[in-house]
Design a protein around this ligand. Structure first.
Ligand SMILES: Cc1ncc(COP(=O)(O)O)c(C=O)c1O
Length: 389
């Protein structure tokens, strides 16, 4: 049975060039980049090259504005907690949205529980968009940070971050964006989107797991979360994960080469899957924005069936997709994102997310269109949720 992987927002397989680039750094070139001897300096050079590749992908002005971390979760936590700790004399108010990833939401909730911050969770419209006017209205004297994700991991909606960033700049408030789902997938210039901090994660764009970065614009103050040897200019102590960082740099280079053609190819597959499924399955709807969405994200809700049942049935036929985000799959709670776009519980429970990648082809769309509609029909016939029963 051919296995079809359509969960690239969950994680991606490493690009063969990434594996090749990382290989020497596990044994032959194992030096610690903080060491002054030749093996150490070889490793330091490799880290500098990776930093430069990532800086180029994101149009970063100074490569040392990039701080390597262990991934998206650490980058988000560093931006949020780090800003709050650094600016506690100025204020304690944070603005975010109701549809952020848990790496942002739970960091904010932690600060609230500790009594360290007050957080405004902005609503979104039915397509998942934050209104920049709401950001403007929410900013007050004590606001130290606005953190709004670049694109949502479940429904794929891309936020107007450049507009939000411009508002923050005018009001002199730091602006962070979680770009874990966009870096390597769509063009990003940190100069043009007016943001001060940006989180990214290598495993979402064909790099290795357990490595990521936080872009921190020069002059923006954050306190480190990790204290120790002072690596990354004191912003993130800990011996650098050289092989991982080399992999991240290579993934950035490959993304730059493949992005244009992949955006075109994947958005075609996305559109034909959304159209095909919503036409073939009665009582189904697309979730997210119709046009301002990630090129690889086809997310839908199917009424009167559980997302998990559809997933397991598709998995038996070799198709790997997701219901909501990977972290919330397995729990019976409806996704906070789908509830925030005002879907009733019974619809939100029937969510499915297909996310395309560089190894997918149009035949995979046809296969899903062949497999899913009969699965839904069968499940509906058995379902107590079905309107006919
Ligand atoms: C939008 C978003 N932010 C943050 C993360 C966490 O990234 P990582 O897995 O690198 O910790 C994810 C991963 O699912 C994500 O989709």
């Amino acid at each position: 049975m051919e296995r079809i992987y359509l969960d690239h927002a969950g994680t991606t397989p490493m690009h063969p060039k990434v594996m090749e680039a990382m290989q020497p750094y596990f044994r032959e070139k194992f030096g610690n980049p903080s060491s002054l001897h030749t093996p150490g300096q070889e490793a330091a050079q490799a880290v500098a090259e990776a930093r430069a590749s990532l800086a180029e992908l994101l149009d970063v002005a100074y490569p040392d504005e990039i701080v390597f971390t262990s991934g998206g979760t650490e980058s988000d936590n560093t931006a949020i907690l780090g800003t709050l700790f650094a600016l506690k004399k100025k204020g304690n108010h944070i603005i975010t949205s109701a549809i952020e990833h848990h790496a942002v939401l739970h960091a904010c909730q932690f600060l609230e529980k500790q009594g360290l911050a007050k957080v405004t969770y902005l609503p979104v419209d039915s397509t998942g968009l934050v209104d920049p006017e709401d950001v403007k209205k929410a900013i007050g004297e004590k606001t130290v940070l606005v953190t709004i994700m670049h694109a949502n991991n479940e429904i794929g909606t891309i936020q107007p971050v450049a507009e939000i960033g411009a508002i923050c700049r005018e009001r002199k408030v730091a602006c962070h964006t979680d770009a874990v789902q966009t870096v390597g997938h769509i063009p990003i210039s940190v100069q043009k989107i007016n943001i001060d901090m940006l989180s990214l994660s290598a495993h979402k764009f064909y790099g290795p797991r357990g490595v990521g970065a936080l872009y921190v614009r020069k002059g923006v103050r954050i306190s480190p979360l990790m204290h120790g040897g002072g690596q990354e200019k004191g912003k993130r102590s800990g011996t650098l994960n050289v092989a991982g960082i080399v992999g991240l740099g290579e993934a950035a280079q490959q993304a730059a080469l493949e992005m244009d053609s992949e955006v075109r190819r994947q958005s075609e597959m996305r559109d034909s899957l959304i159209k095909g499924l919503t036409e073939a399955i009665p009582d189904s709807l697309m979730t997210g924005h119709p046009t301002q969405r990630l090129p690889n994200n086809a997310s839908i809700c199917v009424r009167y069936v559980e997302g998990e049942s559809m997933l397991l049935n598709m998995d038996l036929q070799g198709i790997a997709a997701s219901s909501g985000s990977a972290c919330t799959s397995g729990s019976l709670e409806a996704s906070h994102v789908l509830l925030a776009i005002n879907l009733p519980h019974e619809i939100a429970h029937g969510s499915l997310r297909f996310t395309f990648g560089r190894d997918n082809k149009t035949a995979h769309v046809s296969r899903v269109l062949e497999v899913l509609p009969p699965v839904v029909e069968r499940l509906r016939a058995m379902s107590p949720l079905n309107k006919q029963t």
